[in-house]
Design a protein around this ligand. Sequence first.
Ligand SMILES: [Zn+2]
Length: 762
Amino acid sequence: MPPLPPTYLSSSDVCCQRVMGTERAYPPQRMRSGYGNKRFYTCEETIAIDRSAATGTAGIVVVTVRLEEAAFSAKRMRIRHVCVSCSVQIALQVLCTSPENEDPTGVYEIRTMADSLIARVKKVYDDVGALQIESVSVENTLEALANAKLDYASSRHVLDFPQYVFPNKEVRSASTEADKKLSEFDVEISMREDVFKRIIALQKRFPDNPASEEKRFLDRLVTLGQRKGLHLSKEIQQEVKRTSKLISELSIEFNRNLNEDNTFLVFSEHELGGLADSYLNGLEKTAEGKYKVTLEYPNYYPLMKRCHNPETRRKMETAFHSRCKEVNTAILEQLIQHRAKVANLLGYSSHANYVLEINMAKHASNVSDFIDAFYERLKPIGIKERKYILALKKRECLMKGFQFDGQINAWDLPYYMNQVEQCKFAVNKDKLIEYFPLEVVTEGLFGIYQELLGLAFEEVECAHVWHEDVKLYSARDTVTGEEIGQFYLDLHPREGKYGHAACFGLLPGCKGPDGKRRLPVAVMVANFTRPRKGWPSLLQHHEVETYFHEFGHVMHELCSKTTFSEFSGTLVETDFVEVPSQMLENWVWEKEPLRRMSGHYKDGTPVPDDLLDKLIASRVANTGLMNLRQVVLSKVDQYLHSCPSADTAEVFAQHCQDILGVPATPGTNMTASFSHLAGGYDGQYYSYLWSEVYSMDIFFSRFKKEGIMNPKVGKEYRRVILEAGGSVDGMDMLKRFLGREPHQDAFFQCKGLTTAQETKMA
Ligand SMILES: [Zn+2]
């Protein structure tokens, strides 16, 4: 899951789109699943499994038949690369096409497939749980569980993914329901004491080879069992189970409320003063000729940065941070209490410490040391930046006759931060955007990734997709010619679609029961402005960065070559998961890659040199405030998950004022739409700063030094970091790739907080 936009609470220039995204969550909102869980079988296998699990129920037979039909029509339609994601495609076809019956939407299929999946996996757990303790073996326990996890990982996301993207509301609801049911099942199987006892027994006699992925998998199963309290009393286990289910349900509800929010505000042209024609042309109009502005990112952020009218910005800011305020504040505050309770039952001092145990950070004190050190370094820069902004505001108030209130409000911050960029760096964004048509960016981005990682992408024709905007691609290794995986791109907003940018893993890249590698499939979802008459889809530079970032997650998924699905792709420590993607963001701040990704939409001419220079120089604009805001969010998250209960609005307002020096807008509660807190990032928002430190180290110490388009380094990166997934500790991968312990200097250098001479950079 990507961080919240780095310019203040809402307004960003750097990555507005990337709010949700890739993550490893366990139960609830699983963009990229947690410990295991997702993948789909090839069509033959699916059919076989559905048959074996069918036990004669009419429903499953129907699904089986439909899958067969789908497989047949897939062949007829000449879908290439049928072997890989044909299963996903077929499942999607089943869900996308409308067989003329009472269930035209795939709702029924989602339900029955979820039930049959649960039945299959449960059977394996029952079998393992029934084994005599003395008869447990690698085959009947470890492999059986690994295969069940693979099955589960492969099917789960085909069922829970439609809730984010499908055009049909009933399908989305069915998918959310399935997600809920599967999340309950997640909790149930994670609490299997009988299975846990067999795993412990196996661990006792397992050869102690820390380098083996098998051993790592076994140890992981033990750790996960202990984290559920399976070594504790029955009563505690029951309570943990009950509360965890509740947490899971509440988390799903929290995010569903946000996804379904369709608030819009209406403004006159006068009230939208300062916004470009291209922006206004993209807005819907009311019958009275006024403009409808939604709270979706492409509407919200440009307005917050450009609109001259402070009252319009205040209304937008208030609405944005009041999204789902009543309902989600209540949910979040319940979540905090339930999480604290579970942590306490399991013997942890706080939920934060419970969560951090399996991260690189390990303990809340390490996180606070890390954030505090950051804060100290950033504080003086923040003060300087605020002073400058206040002076800008005073001058503008004088010029325009607005009353000057002597403070920076939340709705001022993005606006004046944008002006700082304009004054200090003078990046003409209206001009710049013309050089980033989506097609050109895609071609350049593909070219860079392909060259760097030694891959070749090709569009799959006639692919089954959930919407006409969506495209499917196949990726091959350029040396072996072998297909390594497939990915979908779903890049434009539409009603009911997930409102942020994210990468969703559909199938993991790991070994199957036959020893052959399963081909992974991932989806990149974004909300880039849709092309319309006379206007191609043009990207802001920060959107190009978002694109690069999310695509980095896609590559992490696709390059994965692990033995177990449990460790595939982005299933790494949460505070490491963003490292690969953040590292790749650096390419959109370098001249050569930028040239490759741009060309004027009218005639393809390159971005003028001076504009490019200014853009690159602007990377350090507002560094203090942007990073302080990340400090606020990280600290709020840590605070909320270090206490038994909290008044979320109050905690946020306090931190915002103290650290950022800007009051939260009265009556709002930003945390009610802080989806990370219900999306698997609870207690872990600090991960963005944490992993950015390491990503900078990788970039500056290897790529910048040895050549940013150096395929040798790129391939080593693919092998050491991307292929390994979570089968190696993040820290060990870093050390291997860097050839030393990682350090922070590159981060501060990049942020303009230190000079190259002062650092120990080689
Ligand atoms: Zn990300």
